[in-house]
Design a binder for this molecule. Structure first.
Ligand code: NAD
Length: 385
């Protein structure tokens, strides 16, 4: 019987947990043994007794839990505890399934390979309809987009909705969303629900209809170069295109009460979209929420994890917003993991079938080797530097 282990996340502020009790019960029904570290769910308000009632065994020691795992399910990449690397507690041949941020942290992927840990990176789930229910980037980005709109509304010194009262009519707030992927679309939908008037831009023209379907006006900027990969991701655009985007967006940023930026290019620094000059032209009291803060920021004034005040404008650079809604973020992440594990386990063992695009794309280390060319490249660049 394969042992699935769920540790308590060791990153400060990481309140999510890889499995919630309902999903533990589903794993038990499928014939897995599930070990949960004592207190693993507390950040997300799930108690040890709820995990026990779902059929899990509670383990007190972190080290004992990691050592016992056949498959260790985690949210954040492995860290350090008690002066030791958590991943060194895994037995060789064990499987780790987690967010690993592998393109930004290829050295950890290399260390996992050297320790003969077979690792699946949740960032690498293909964005295909077949893999949709395993797509943890989407499940978490959706939550981040929602929270970004709430933070903007709570930080703005004026109302989002239009209000017609005996004391006069207040016009709705103007919100601009840049980057209309999963997070951006949810930010638009949430800002609309709160009553704001929303416009949006994305470098991939294909998202125009999606933007309109959630109630925002799409800002058209004619772009000559090809902006999307075959996988549907945005490409890094050239300097002149980026300059053109900034020029058009300047007027839109200027008249917005709120700007929510979510523009990212996988494995690269986030594109710079809102310059210091553009911030300087915004109305005092305006708010920018930069969801790309962790990737270098879409706004020149952003400081990751901080609120910055510039000329009367508040620039918020939140990190890890899904962890601020740990109950639902954990529920959907656990469901993503259940679907993936069910998909890869055949006859009581993981079937490393690299003919399959999901296994091939997601499994980043196998039997001592790094399996992904982009991670190898990222590692080579680090070594050269
Ligand atoms: P992301 O977080 O990587 O980037 C956010 C958005 O920023 C993207 O829409 C991107 O086009 C945009 N962007 C990049 N550079 C920009 C620039 N210079 N200016 C303006 N916008 C810029 O995106 P994501 O939410 O992870 O989605 C990535 C892709 O995957 C999208 O095509 C999305 O539709 C697709 N997707 C597919 C599935 C599926 O089929 N299962 C699921 C989720 C997402």
């Amino acid at each position: 019987m394969l042992k699935i282990a769920v540790p308590k996340e060791s990153d400060l502020g990481e309140l999510r947990v890889a499995l919630v009790p309902d999903i533990v019960a589903r794993f038990i029904k499928l014939g897995f043994e599930v070990l949960v570290q004592s207190g693993a769910g507390l950040g997300a308000h799930f108690t040890d007794s709820e995990y026990e009632a779902a059929g899990a065994t509670i383990i007190n020691s972190a080290k004992a839990l990691w050592e016992a795992a056949d498959i260790l399910l985690k949210v954040a990449p492995p860290g350090e505890q008690q002066g030791e690397e958590e991943m060194n507690w895994l037995k060789p041949g064990a499987t780790l399934i987690s967010f690993l941020n592998p393109l930004a942290n290829p050295e950890q992927v290399q260390a996992l390979a050297q320790r003969k840990i077979n690792a699946f990176s949740m960032e690498m789930i293909p964005r295909t309809s077949r893999a949709q229910s395993m797509d943890a980037l989407s499940s978490q980005a959706n939550i981040a987009g929602y929270k970004a709109a709430l933070i903007a509304a709570a930080s703005l010194p004026r109302l989002f909705p239009m209000m017609t009262t005996a004391a006069g009519t207040i016009p709705p707030a103007k919100v601009l969303v840049v980057g209309a992927g999963v997070a951006g679309l949810q930010a638009i939908a949430t800002a609309r629900r709160l009553g704001a008037v929303v416009e949006a831009f994305d470098v991939r023209p294909a998202v125009k209809e999606e933007v309109q379907s959630v109630g925002a006006k799409f800002i058209e900027i004619p772009i000559e170069e090809d902006t999307a990969t075959t996988g549907g991701y945005a490409k890094e655009v050239g300097q002149s295109t980026q300059e053109k985007i900034r020029q058009v967006l300047t007027e839109h940023v200027k008249k917005s009460d709120v700007v929510i930026t979510t523009a990212q290019v996988q494995g690269k620094r986030a594109p710079l979209i809102v310059t210091e000059e553009m911030v300087g032209e915004m109305n005092p009291g305006a708010v920018i929420v930069d969801l790309a803060a962790g990737q270098g920021g879409n706004c020149a004034c952003t400081e990751a994890g901080k609120d910055v005040y510039y000329n009367g404008v508040t620039i918020i650079g939140p990190l890890n917003l899904p962890a601020t809604l740990p109950v639902d973020a954990s529920k959907v992440y656990a469901k993503n993991l259940l679907t993936l594990v069910k998909y890869v386990v055949k006859d009581g063992a993981i079937d490393f079938n690299f003919e399959d695009d999901i296994v091939d794309g997601t499994c980043v280390t196998y039997e001592g080797e790094i399996r992904n060319d982009r991670i190898k490249q990222a590692l080579a660049t680090l070594v050269q530097a």
